[in-house]
Write a protein that binds this ligand. Sequence first.
Ligand code: HEM
Ligand code: HEM
Ligand SMILES: [Fe+2]
Length: 482
Amino acid sequence: MASNHLTGIGSESKQLATWYFTFAIILFGAQLLFGLVAAIQYVMPGFLFELLDFSVARMIHINALVVWMVFAMFGSVYWLLPDETGIETVGIKIGKLLYWVFVAAIVVVVLVYLIVQVGPADEMSIWFIHEGREYIEAPRWADWGIVVVALGFVANLFMTGIKGKQTGIVTVLMADMLAFAGLYLAGMFFTDNISVDQYWWWWVIHLWVEATWEVFVGALAAYALITIIGAKRQVVEMWLWIEVAMLFGSGILGMGHHYFWIGTPEYWWEIGALFSALEPLPLVAMFIHVLYDWGKETGLQMAEGAEGHAIAGHTITNKPAFTWIVLNAFGNFLGAGIWGFFHTLPQVNLYTHGTQFTSAHGHLAFFGAYATILIGMMYLAIQGTNGIKVLKHTKSSIAGIWMIAGGVMGMGIALTIAGYVQVLVSRAQMGATWAGYFDGQSGMWFSQAMDWRLIMGVVTFLGFAFLIKDFLSTGKNPVHER
Ligand code: HEM
Ligand code: HEM
Ligand SMILES: [Fe+2]
């Protein structure tokens, strides 16, 4: 993504952002490839047997997911920081050094996952192979490396935020990123009681995605709306504070929805049910926020028609980024809000817990809430690095959007159907017995759903190829206004 258009205040920070985005997109590709391997194994269980077993493919699939998103989040902060604060990021040299430390650590971790795969159940394996905690499996040496990198990143953000202009967006990001980095520590300590271990593990997993990451997305959406459609900062930041209050208000105790069946006290049933049921509310607020600003701005521009802005669409300076951000508002609400709400009450979760329904929600939520807006941020960076005034849609950008979003939605529907079969057969009819577990997965509906998930996964991957093609050709494409 090298370009000579990166000049002016903040050019170093923006360059570092593009590095972060580049590695993020490579890992995103890896995530999809290993997802495909795991999906093929559902259909053909012997595929790559003893070479790359399902457990390993799945581990790489979801760890790559988390890591690419963290990379893209760091990249987004380095991208927007100079615009918000009006100065170059403080400590950028160290920031660049830490980037390479981070990349090197991740490459080594993935190679060990692939080549060594498993080890004996002892401390050495935890230190040098992996910790075996879903989503954040990195071995302990890498954990500490990640802590150092994250602290450096937070320090840069704080020093820049304090020295430069303090907007609401930067203030929220400062508090949020501190919490984000701090929570990671909760997933680093091994206890030999599985209930205690899970209890703390959820502090990372749930409090990340349903509190700190959501707040992060609120801040990104605010920045993006100001940048792309010129939304009014006052309005956007007012929404942001409302969202922050609602997200933390419901998300923290909403954690109870993971404490139903892991050996924690039963009062979590009530707490989890109540607060997690409130969680979709901030997502509705975020949804309305984007649509409201969009409507207001395009309305205003129409009213100002005399000044030559008669065509409402003209105000959108980056069409693909804007489309991904609108998709984020929809997808966050659908994947996290609706699919999350479906199974969040203990009475329902008793039947759906750990079925493919959970996987349907996991895919739709991670994609809808995070992948979308982070891809949107990448488009903003592509626009900036290539010095483009108005970035338009191309055939590839549109194909990418339809095939990726359609593919993930298709997978979500297939998984929901598969989950329904498991709920009905394995749980309701056969009472969650060992035999029921297998019966639920041998019927026609289940296996056809797995076929469809694979087909839709291939569609998603082809969409990803179009996205990459669009990224790589933007610099040379004459359709964009410069
Ligand atoms: C963007 C936000 C969200 C993301 C990325 C997300 C992602 C996930 C993932 C990946 C899992 C599976 C975890 C595992 O492997 O065990 C999960 C579980 C769960 N999520 Fe979410 N989620 C989000 C928001 C929500 C919301 C807002 C609700 C409820 C209103 C919710 C309710 C649940 C429940 C009840 C489970 C447990 C499922 C089970 O018992 O098997 N989630 N979530
Ligand atoms: C080529 C497309 C993809 C394919 C074929 C695929 C396939 C899979 C498979 C087979 C699993 C293991 C499910 C299990 O343990 O039963 C999985 C898990 C998961 N995938 Fe994907 N995936 C794809 C894309 C994505 C995307 C785009 C996201 C999010 C942005 C995602 C997020 C997840 C999550 C969060 C889990 C863990 C779910 C859970 O345990 O509940 N995947 N995926
Ligand atoms: Fe949760």
